[in-house]
Design a protein around this ligand. Sequence first.
Ligand code: ADP
Ligand code: MG
Length: 273
Amino acid sequence: MRFPFRRRPAEPTPVPRGDHPHDDAPRPDDEVLLETVGLTKAYAGAAGELPVLSGIDLTVRAGEIVAVLGRSGSGKSTLLRCLAGLIPPSSGTVRYRGTPLTGANPGTALVFQTFALLPWLTVRQNVELGLEARGVPPRKRARAAAQAIDLIGLTGFGSAYPKELSGGMRQRVGFARALVVEPDVLMMDEPFSALDVLTAENLRGELMELWDSGQFPTRAVVLVTHNIEEAVLMADRVVVLGARPYGTIRETVEVDLERPRDRDSAAFDERVD
Ligand code: ADP
Ligand code: MG
């Protein structure tokens, strides 16, 4: 299948930042898709306002996978919901391609930890849901759903019901349902943590292959996880939600990663030896 977006140009030019003759001009890969400035979120609780996020500045650019890492309760899902425009920030702004959000973010789609499939609908109907909501006509919907189902390895399961599928297959439906709308930014909230170790590893590997092959219909990924290994293996950059003092999120720490699969593998093997 052919999705319209490619993650990177076919021949990326590895010019270090600062040495490039046009460094002031944005490069295609540099386009800022999501941006939060001074994002603060507090929930109203019995004991008053509970601060969850305070002063988060985060940028997600085209071409990158950003992992948001933090312990349970550190505000990862809250941050994701703010980025998706599902909840409003208490203060600060969230922008999608430069425009502040006023409601649901049109450039994002979500994959949930517990799949969130509708049990009375078939795989195909579940996948078509997002398109239906966006007013895509039935024949186009069916075609796009079939493509997404093939892409994610569910060929032949379109007429199955969620209860007939394993956990891994159900989460594949979750991915197909998100990818079918060809979101600019795919957002995942602990998408592998309800799966057994091997299933999770397989699905992760397949997704990364798709991403690296340029077949992903999306330009950036935000992965929320509490799994350090997963963050390091999948992401280009890891944003850590700190939790000191406990329960008060004051800042993020960003770690740039050079992913092993992007390196010359022989050179990498040498270094490992
Ligand atoms: P994480 O995804 O990292 O586990 P969450 O964003 O789900 O963290 O939650 C962060 C904190 O905010 C937790 O203490 C949680 O109890 C609280 N919280 C989350 N959602 C709500 C809500 N809708 N109302 C009140 N408190 C909430
Ligand atoms: Mg969460």
